[in-house]
Design a protein around this ligand. Structure first.
Ligand SMILES: Nc1nc2c(c(=O)[nH]1)N[C@H]1C(S)=C(S)[C@@H](COP(=O)(O)O)O[C@H]1N2
Ligand SMILES: [Mo]
Length: 326
């Protein structure tokens, strides 16, 4: 009976299943039908191999020590899913496009400019930036505003290390992240879905929260281009779009910065965009989510957690009406 269950699960078309995985599964079914996979034991083994979900790719190794204070116990998303199902509009609006078109992005040499209301503005090359603090591995949940989530082992260090280095002035209240916008390298810039460059921002106290991760790698390796190489932020208590990729500029300001999604659709995407199951998107509920990899017909949706399950950030918003400041 288990077999039947699996079979019906396997042949269901799924918008989010990468083609290779579908093909691998088809092959598995074919072998089953041919009887080349016989006993239950073998079946289990073959199944496990076909659905193996936690190993990295073949990218450049990036050393890091596990930070056990930041570990989500949920099963990690398969490397393959995390690197082929991406939102990265500079490389196209289709989830599969970034994996196909971001490969040629030149991520070295890379400089990042830290400017605005700071005592010590800096222009850093990637290597100097990476040496600012020891690399940590942290397993975070990432929840996209579209209603899906992943669990990813990121590598980086708290953004606060960089912020302290440049010494913001007393009037700095916000921080703005600007992503690379290079028409020659990024085919998606031809489209008018967003105003380029992609810009995101935080209040300075949010950016100083230890959870805010300046990120250089994932799954033990440097970031694949489609995931934001060579440097991005990961803000796990906020919807995924706040976590800007391929950052070239960080600016400190006294006024709330304009941000790409807020500008494109202010009613739908607020500046804060904290994960909040009680505040629906105008066009859909935010109370539950689909975990990538659990996308079979039989899989239950998961309940979305307040601040995506990071209650330690709540004090940043005490006294604020989170329906108004969504
Ligand atoms: N520069 C840039 N950063 C971006 C995006 C983008 O389109 N451009 N998409 C965001 C969205 S909507 C999400 S959900 C996450 C996805 O990150 P991932 O592909 O590494 O899972 O990246 C965010 N960062
Ligand atoms: Mo997203």
């Amino acid at each position: 009976m288990r077999l039947i269950h699996r079979q019906s699960e396997l042949i269901l078309p799924s918008e989010i299943t990468p083609r290779e995985v579908v093909e691998e599964r088809r092959d598995f079914i074919r072998k089953l039908a041919l009887g080349s996979i016989a006993s239950a034991g073998l079946l289990e083994m073959a199944g496990r191999r076909a659905f193996a979900q936690s190993i990295g790719g073949q990218g450049t190794h990036l050393a890091a020590s596990a930070n056990t204070n930041y570990v989500v116990m949920d099963k990690k998303t398969a490397y393959k899913d995390a690197t082929t199902y991406n939102n990265y509009y500079e490389f196209g609006t289709d989830k599969s496009e970034p994996a196909q078109t971001a490969g040629s992005l030149k991520t070295r040499p890379w400089t990042i400019s830290i400017e605005g209301l700071v005592k010590k503005p800096l222009v850093l090359d990637l290597d100097s930036l990476m040496k600012l603090a020891p690399m940590e591995e942290r397993i975070y949940r990432l929840r996209c505003v579209e209603g899906w989530s992943m669990v990813i082992p990121w590598i980086g260090f708290s953004l606060s290390n960089l912020i302290k280095k440049v010494e913001p002035t007393g009037s700095a209240k916000f921080i703005e992240f600007t992503s690379l916008a290079d028409k020659k390298q990024m085919p998606g810039l031809q489209s008018g879905v967003l105003e380029w460059p992609y810009v995101e921002g935080l209040r300075l106290d949010e950016a100083l929260h230890p959870l805010a991760l300046l990120t250089f790698g994932m799954y033990g390796e440097v970031l694949p281009n489609q995931n934001g190489a060579p440097v991005r932020v990961v803000l796990p208590w906020k919807y995924g779009f706040k976590s800007a990729k391929a950052i070239v500029k960080i600016r400190f300001t006294s006024e709330q910065p304009r941000t790409a999604w807020n500008q494109a659709a202010p009613r739908e995407y607020g500046f804060y965009s904290n994960v909040n199951p009680e505040v629906d998107h105008p066009r859909w509920s935010q109370s539950s989510e689909r975990r990538i990899g659990e996308d079979s017909f039989f899989a239950k949706k998961r309940k979305t957690l307040m601040f995506n399950g990071y209650p330690e950030v709540a004090s940043l918003y005490s006294g604020m009406d989170l329906k108004k400041y969504f």
